[in-house]
Design a protein around this ligand. Sequence first.
Ligand code: SF4
Length: 306
Amino acid sequence: MIKKIRALVLFSGGLDSTLAVKVLEKQNIEVVALSFVSYFFDDTKAKISAEKNNLNLRSVNFADIHCDVVKNPKRGYGKAMNPCIDCHLLMIREAGKIMRAEGFDFVATGEILGQRPMSQNLQSLKIIEKEAGLEGRLLRPLSAKLLDETEVEKQGLVDREQLLDISGRSRQRQLELVKELSVDYYPSPGGGCMLTEIEFGKKLKKLLQAIEKPTASDFALLQVGRIFWTGSTRIVVGRNSEENEKLKKMREKQDTLVELQDFMGPVTLVRGIVIGEIMEEAKKITASYSKHTKQMDYRKLSFLVC
Ligand code: SF4
Protein backbone atom coordinates (compact mmCIF):
# COMPACT_ATOMS: atom_id res chain seq x y z
CA MET A 1 0.00 0.00 0.00
CA ILE A 2 1.34 3.47 -0.87
CA LYS A 3 2.01 5.49 2.26
CA LYS A 4 -0.09 8.61 2.41
CA ILE A 5 1.82 11.90 2.73
CA ARG A 6 0.96 13.61 6.01
CA ALA A 7 1.20 17.32 6.76
CA LEU A 8 0.65 19.53 9.77
CA VAL A 9 -0.76 22.92 8.86
CA LEU A 10 -0.71 25.83 11.32
CA PHE A 11 -4.35 26.75 11.51
CA SER A 12 -5.95 29.89 12.91
CA GLY A 13 -9.33 29.29 11.30
CA GLY A 14 -8.82 32.27 8.98
CA LEU A 15 -9.02 32.22 5.21
CA ASP A 16 -5.32 31.86 4.43
CA SER A 17 -4.71 28.86 6.67
CA THR A 18 -7.96 27.27 5.46
CA LEU A 19 -6.81 27.68 1.86
CA ALA A 20 -3.40 26.21 2.72
CA VAL A 21 -5.15 23.09 4.06
CA LYS A 22 -7.43 22.86 1.01
CA VAL A 23 -4.55 23.25 -1.47
CA LEU A 24 -2.79 20.30 0.16
CA GLU A 25 -5.90 18.17 0.55
CA LYS A 26 -6.50 18.63 -3.16
CA GLN A 27 -3.25 16.73 -3.68
CA ASN A 28 -4.61 13.91 -1.56
CA ILE A 29 -2.29 14.78 1.31
CA GLU A 30 -3.58 13.90 4.78
CA VAL A 31 -3.69 17.15 6.73
CA VAL A 32 -3.96 17.82 10.44
CA ALA A 33 -4.87 21.45 11.08
CA LEU A 34 -2.94 22.55 14.15
CA SER A 35 -4.26 25.26 16.42
CA PHE A 36 -2.64 26.69 19.56
CA VAL A 37 -4.16 27.81 22.84
CA SER A 38 -2.47 30.22 25.25
CA TYR A 39 -3.46 32.58 28.04
CA PHE A 40 -4.07 35.27 25.42
CA PHE A 41 -5.93 33.43 22.66
CA ASP A 42 -7.91 30.25 22.27
CA ASP A 43 -9.02 27.93 19.51
CA THR A 44 -12.66 29.03 19.21
CA LYS A 45 -12.26 30.47 15.70
CA ALA A 46 -10.26 27.45 14.56
CA LYS A 47 -12.84 25.02 15.95
CA ILE A 48 -15.75 26.71 14.15
CA SER A 49 -13.89 26.97 10.88
CA ALA A 50 -12.59 23.38 11.04
CA GLU A 51 -16.05 22.03 11.75
CA LYS A 52 -17.71 23.97 8.94
CA ASN A 53 -14.99 23.06 6.44
CA ASN A 54 -14.79 19.48 7.64
CA LEU A 55 -11.11 19.68 8.59
CA ASN A 56 -9.21 17.47 10.99
CA LEU A 57 -8.28 19.84 13.84
CA ARG A 58 -5.87 19.34 16.69
CA SER A 59 -5.48 21.93 19.46
CA VAL A 60 -2.31 22.24 21.47
CA ASN A 61 -2.15 24.16 24.74
CA PHE A 62 1.27 25.81 24.88
CA ALA A 63 0.34 28.51 27.39
CA ASP A 64 3.39 28.21 29.64
CA ILE A 65 6.06 28.31 26.97
CA HIS A 66 4.10 31.02 25.15
CA CYS A 67 4.14 33.08 28.37
CA ASP A 68 7.94 33.02 28.32
CA VAL A 69 7.90 34.48 24.81
CA VAL A 70 5.40 37.17 25.79
CA LYS A 71 7.53 38.17 28.77
CA ASN A 72 10.72 38.39 26.82
CA PRO A 73 10.38 38.39 23.04
CA LYS A 74 13.72 38.37 21.24
CA ARG A 75 12.34 40.43 18.39
CA GLY A 76 10.20 42.78 20.45
CA TYR A 77 6.53 43.66 20.25
CA GLY A 78 4.21 44.95 17.53
CA LYS A 79 1.89 47.95 17.96
CA ALA A 80 0.48 46.58 21.22
CA MET A 81 2.20 43.92 23.33
CA ASN A 82 2.05 41.35 20.55
CA PRO A 83 5.32 39.49 20.05
CA CYS A 84 4.11 38.22 16.67
CA ILE A 85 7.39 37.16 15.12
CA ASP A 86 8.51 35.13 18.15
CA CYS A 87 5.01 33.81 18.77
CA HIS A 88 4.70 32.59 15.19
CA LEU A 89 8.16 31.09 15.34
CA LEU A 90 7.25 29.25 18.53
CA MET A 91 4.16 27.77 16.88
CA ILE A 92 6.21 26.55 13.93
CA ARG A 93 8.84 25.10 16.28
CA GLU A 94 6.19 23.25 18.24
CA ALA A 95 4.66 21.97 15.02
CA GLY A 96 8.14 20.75 14.02
CA LYS A 97 8.40 18.80 17.28
CA ILE A 98 5.07 17.10 16.63
CA MET A 99 6.10 16.43 13.03
CA ARG A 100 9.25 14.62 14.12
CA ALA A 101 7.61 12.79 17.02
CA GLU A 102 4.67 11.52 15.01
CA GLY A 103 6.19 10.97 11.60
CA PHE A 104 4.50 13.74 9.65
CA ASP A 105 6.27 14.58 6.39
CA PHE A 106 6.28 18.35 6.68
CA VAL A 107 4.80 21.48 8.25
CA ALA A 108 2.89 24.08 6.24
CA THR A 109 1.49 27.53 6.96
CA GLY A 110 -0.90 29.95 5.27
CA GLU A 111 1.78 32.66 5.14
CA ILE A 112 1.79 34.85 2.07
CA LEU A 113 4.89 36.54 0.76
CA GLY A 114 4.72 40.30 1.29
CA GLN A 115 1.40 40.25 3.15
CA ARG A 116 3.05 41.56 6.31
CA PRO A 117 6.07 43.65 5.41
CA MET A 118 8.00 42.88 8.62
CA SER A 119 7.37 39.19 9.14
CA GLN A 120 6.49 37.84 5.71
CA ASN A 121 9.21 39.19 3.47
CA LEU A 122 11.55 36.78 1.73
CA GLN A 123 14.29 37.12 4.32
CA SER A 124 11.97 36.68 7.33
CA LEU A 125 10.40 33.56 5.84
CA LYS A 126 13.86 32.04 5.42
CA ILE A 127 14.94 33.02 8.94
CA ILE A 128 11.79 31.49 10.44
CA GLU A 129 12.38 28.24 8.55
CA LYS A 130 15.98 28.05 9.75
CA GLU A 131 15.31 29.05 13.36
CA ALA A 132 12.45 26.59 13.62
CA GLY A 133 14.85 23.84 12.57
CA LEU A 134 12.63 23.01 9.60
CA GLU A 135 14.87 23.78 6.65
CA GLY A 136 13.35 22.23 3.56
CA ARG A 137 10.37 20.92 5.56
CA LEU A 138 8.37 24.13 5.92
CA LEU A 139 6.01 24.73 3.04
CA ARG A 140 4.00 27.87 2.27
CA PRO A 141 1.52 26.47 -0.26
CA LEU A 142 -0.03 29.87 -1.09
CA SER A 143 3.28 31.49 -2.11
CA ALA A 144 5.40 28.41 -2.83
CA LYS A 145 6.01 29.19 -6.49
CA LEU A 146 7.61 32.49 -5.52
CA LEU A 147 9.91 30.85 -2.99
CA ASP A 148 12.86 28.47 -3.26
CA GLU A 149 11.86 24.90 -3.89
CA THR A 150 11.68 22.99 -0.59
CA GLU A 151 12.92 19.45 0.03
CA VAL A 152 9.30 18.42 0.25
CA GLU A 153 8.74 19.53 -3.34
CA LYS A 154 12.08 18.20 -4.58
CA GLN A 155 11.26 14.77 -3.16
CA GLY A 156 7.92 14.82 -4.93
CA LEU A 157 5.90 14.65 -1.71
CA VAL A 158 4.05 17.71 -2.97
CA ASP A 159 3.46 18.71 -6.57
CA ARG A 160 4.93 22.21 -6.88
CA GLU A 161 2.90 22.83 -10.04
CA GLN A 162 -0.31 22.70 -8.04
CA LEU A 163 0.93 25.16 -5.44
CA LEU A 164 0.27 28.89 -5.72
CA ASP A 165 2.08 32.16 -6.36
CA ILE A 166 0.13 34.64 -4.25
CA SER A 167 1.90 37.68 -2.83
CA GLY A 168 1.02 41.02 -1.28
CA ARG A 169 -1.82 42.36 0.77
CA SER A 170 -4.69 42.13 -1.71
CA ARG A 171 -7.12 39.33 -0.92
CA GLN A 172 -8.51 39.16 -4.43
CA ARG A 173 -6.86 35.86 -5.38
CA GLN A 174 -7.79 34.25 -2.05
CA LEU A 175 -11.42 35.22 -2.56
CA GLU A 176 -11.39 33.60 -6.00
CA LEU A 177 -9.94 30.46 -4.43
CA VAL A 178 -12.84 30.26 -1.96
CA LYS A 179 -15.01 29.06 -4.84
CA GLU A 180 -12.35 27.05 -6.67
CA LEU A 181 -11.42 25.09 -3.55
CA SER A 182 -14.95 24.85 -2.13
CA VAL A 183 -14.25 26.66 1.12
CA ASP A 184 -17.61 26.61 2.91
CA TYR A 185 -16.80 29.08 5.65
CA TYR A 186 -14.19 31.59 6.71
CA PRO A 187 -14.41 34.26 9.41
CA SER A 188 -13.60 37.93 8.88
CA PRO A 189 -9.90 38.67 9.35
CA GLY A 190 -8.33 39.64 12.66
CA GLY A 191 -9.49 39.36 16.24
CA GLY A 192 -8.96 36.57 18.68
CA CYS A 193 -5.60 37.54 20.16
CA MET A 194 -5.68 39.81 23.21
CA LEU A 195 -2.05 40.70 22.73
CA THR A 196 -2.91 42.85 19.72
CA GLU A 197 -5.36 44.97 21.76
CA ILE A 198 -3.88 48.29 22.81
CA GLU A 199 -5.79 48.49 26.11
CA PHE A 200 -4.89 44.96 27.10
CA GLY A 201 -1.31 45.73 26.11
CA LYS A 202 -1.23 48.62 28.58
CA LYS A 203 -2.36 46.31 31.40
CA LEU A 204 0.22 43.74 30.41
CA LYS A 205 2.97 46.33 30.28
CA LYS A 206 2.08 47.53 33.76
CA LEU A 207 2.16 43.96 35.05
CA LEU A 208 5.58 43.34 33.56
CA GLN A 209 6.87 46.55 35.12
CA ALA A 210 5.40 45.83 38.55
CA ILE A 211 6.10 42.11 38.90
CA GLU A 212 9.51 40.68 38.20
CA LYS A 213 8.36 37.17 37.53
CA PRO A 214 4.65 37.12 36.68
CA THR A 215 3.05 33.71 36.78
CA ALA A 216 0.51 32.17 34.44
CA SER A 217 -2.13 33.11 36.98
CA ASP A 218 -1.00 36.76 36.87
CA PHE A 219 -1.51 36.81 33.10
CA ALA A 220 -4.92 35.22 33.42
CA LEU A 221 -5.93 37.76 36.07
CA LEU A 222 -5.30 40.59 33.59
CA GLN A 223 -8.34 39.50 31.66
CA VAL A 224 -10.80 40.01 34.49
CA GLY A 225 -12.18 43.11 36.17
CA ARG A 226 -10.93 46.64 36.70
CA ILE A 227 -7.36 46.68 37.88
CA PHE A 228 -5.88 49.21 40.32
CA TRP A 229 -2.21 49.12 41.29
CA THR A 230 -0.66 50.31 44.51
CA GLY A 231 3.05 49.56 44.17
CA SER A 232 3.30 45.91 43.26
CA THR A 233 -0.11 45.05 44.73
CA ARG A 234 -3.14 44.65 42.51
CA ILE A 235 -6.70 45.39 43.50
CA VAL A 236 -8.98 43.72 40.96
CA VAL A 237 -12.70 44.52 41.07
CA GLY A 238 -15.27 42.33 39.29
CA ARG A 239 -17.47 44.20 36.79
CA ASN A 240 -20.38 41.77 36.83
CA SER A 241 -21.51 38.56 38.48
CA GLU A 242 -19.62 36.43 35.97
CA GLU A 243 -16.36 38.21 36.76
CA ASN A 244 -17.10 38.03 40.48
CA GLU A 245 -17.33 34.25 40.20
CA LYS A 246 -14.20 34.11 38.11
CA LEU A 247 -12.25 36.11 40.67
CA LYS A 248 -13.33 33.72 43.42
CA LYS A 249 -12.13 30.78 41.34
CA MET A 250 -8.87 32.47 40.42
CA ARG A 251 -8.01 33.26 43.99
CA GLU A 252 -4.64 31.87 45.03
CA LYS A 253 -3.46 31.06 48.55
CA GLN A 254 -1.78 34.41 49.08
CA ASP A 255 -4.71 36.47 47.69
CA THR A 256 -7.35 38.25 49.74
CA LEU A 257 -11.00 38.56 48.76
CA VAL A 258 -13.01 41.59 49.86
CA GLU A 259 -16.81 41.88 49.65
CA LEU A 260 -19.45 44.11 51.19
CA GLN A 261 -21.11 42.28 54.06
CA ASP A 262 -24.58 43.87 54.01
CA PHE A 263 -24.99 45.04 50.42
CA MET A 264 -24.79 43.57 46.95
CA GLY A 265 -21.59 44.61 45.26
CA PRO A 266 -18.47 43.45 43.50
CA VAL A 267 -15.97 40.83 44.55
CA THR A 268 -12.52 42.35 44.89
CA LEU A 269 -9.36 40.33 44.78
CA VAL A 270 -6.17 41.73 46.26
CA ARG A 271 -2.91 40.19 45.15
CA GLY A 272 0.38 41.24 46.67
CA ILE A 273 1.37 42.81 49.97
CA VAL A 274 -1.74 43.75 51.95
CA ILE A 275 -0.75 46.30 54.54
CA GLY A 276 -3.37 48.40 56.35
CA GLU A 277 -3.62 51.24 53.87
CA ILE A 278 -3.89 48.89 50.90
CA MET A 279 -6.75 47.06 52.59
CA GLU A 280 -8.42 50.41 53.21
CA GLU A 281 -8.00 51.24 49.53
CA ALA A 282 -9.48 47.87 48.53
CA LYS A 283 -12.52 48.46 50.75
CA LYS A 284 -12.97 51.99 49.44
CA ILE A 285 -12.83 50.83 45.82
CA THR A 286 -15.18 47.91 46.53
CA ALA A 287 -17.78 50.22 48.07
CA SER A 288 -17.44 52.72 45.23
CA TYR A 289 -18.41 50.07 42.65
CA SER A 290 -21.64 49.03 44.36
CA LYS A 291 -24.67 51.09 43.35
CA HIS A 292 -25.96 50.68 46.92
CA THR A 293 -22.90 52.09 48.65
CA LYS A 294 -21.11 54.33 46.20
CA GLN A 295 -22.40 57.47 47.94
CA MET A 296 -21.66 56.14 51.43
CA ASP A 297 -18.57 56.50 53.60
CA TYR A 298 -16.88 53.13 53.22
CA ARG A 299 -15.48 53.40 56.77
CA LYS A 300 -19.00 52.95 58.12
CA LEU A 301 -19.56 49.75 56.12
CA SER A 302 -18.80 46.15 57.05
CA PHE A 303 -16.73 43.94 54.76
CA LEU A 304 -16.07 40.25 54.44
CA VAL A 305 -12.34 39.80 54.15
CA CYS A 306 -10.92 36.35 53.66
S1 SF4 B 1 -1.51 37.98 16.68
FE1 SF4 B 1 -1.23 36.96 18.66
S2 SF4 B 1 -1.36 34.78 18.14
FE2 SF4 B 1 -0.96 35.85 16.25
S3 SF4 B 1 1.25 35.81 16.04
FE3 SF4 B 1 0.69 37.75 17.03
S4 SF4 B 1 0.91 37.33 19.19
FE4 SF4 B 1 0.80 35.35 18.17
